[in-house]
Ligand binder design. Sequence first.
Ligand code: ZN
Length: 281
Amino acid sequence: MWGWVKKVGRAVAKGVRGIVRGVSEVFSAVSWFIHRLIGIPELIASLAGIRITKKLRLKVVILPDASGSPLATTAAVEEVVDEAKRVFYRNRMKVRIIPPVDEETIVSHFAGSVPDYVRRPQCGPPGWAERYKGKGRWYARHSAPYSGRGTATVFVVDDVHEGPEDKNGCFLGLVDYGYIDSGALRPPAMPTPVPVPVVTATGSGAGASAVSVLTAAVKAFTPGVKMTLAHELGHACDLLHRTKGGKTPGNLMRPGKDERTHHLTDWQIAWVRSSHRVRYF
Ligand SMILES: [Zn+2]
């Protein structure tokens, strides 16, 4: 008897959660659409070339690894934040990236420990599915304190992926948080390895392998990778991927990091400036 009651109770709870999820999804979509309507005058003005400086609030939170050490250094994150600032202001866009309301800095370290499953978020359709599970709820809860006035919160995580495919970052629509993969940041400065000739019977030495590890790490941090945060903020401000067309071969919103440049079209600039994240106050 009790087993049966529990079963019904669980089914009802699941149903209620589903309804709450559906209502909240519809609410987010409607609110997004209303903000887009409100942004129409700004869209037109931006297209006409009238661009008065606006603000985009950003928080980047560095998560700790399993042993409690930060997944990235403040300096490494600041490097990609500075790159995003350049792209959003100098690129004829005139959007200043600033810290959230009542915060003095953009970059901070997460205080406390993090459940293991949180460090490996997914992007694309599996990422959408995760939004209402424990992982999504964790990110929603820890980005909420910063979320005033359109703030985008980006977490530096261990690994961003979409199924088996590795990603450098992700920012899905209708939520206020996204992620960048700690692998898409410059690795901490290592002392230049001095190749130590080790004379062995086979002629190989430990020095050689240290050199190749360093070369691989430096190679991975290409200009396109450096723009990962700027690219994800483009998604946060409603930009989609741009795969072809246009007079300029590169674009910030190219899905592949190697074709990524600072370039944005006038339409993309106007679309960012009229998004709900970009504000005058
Ligand atoms: Zn993208």
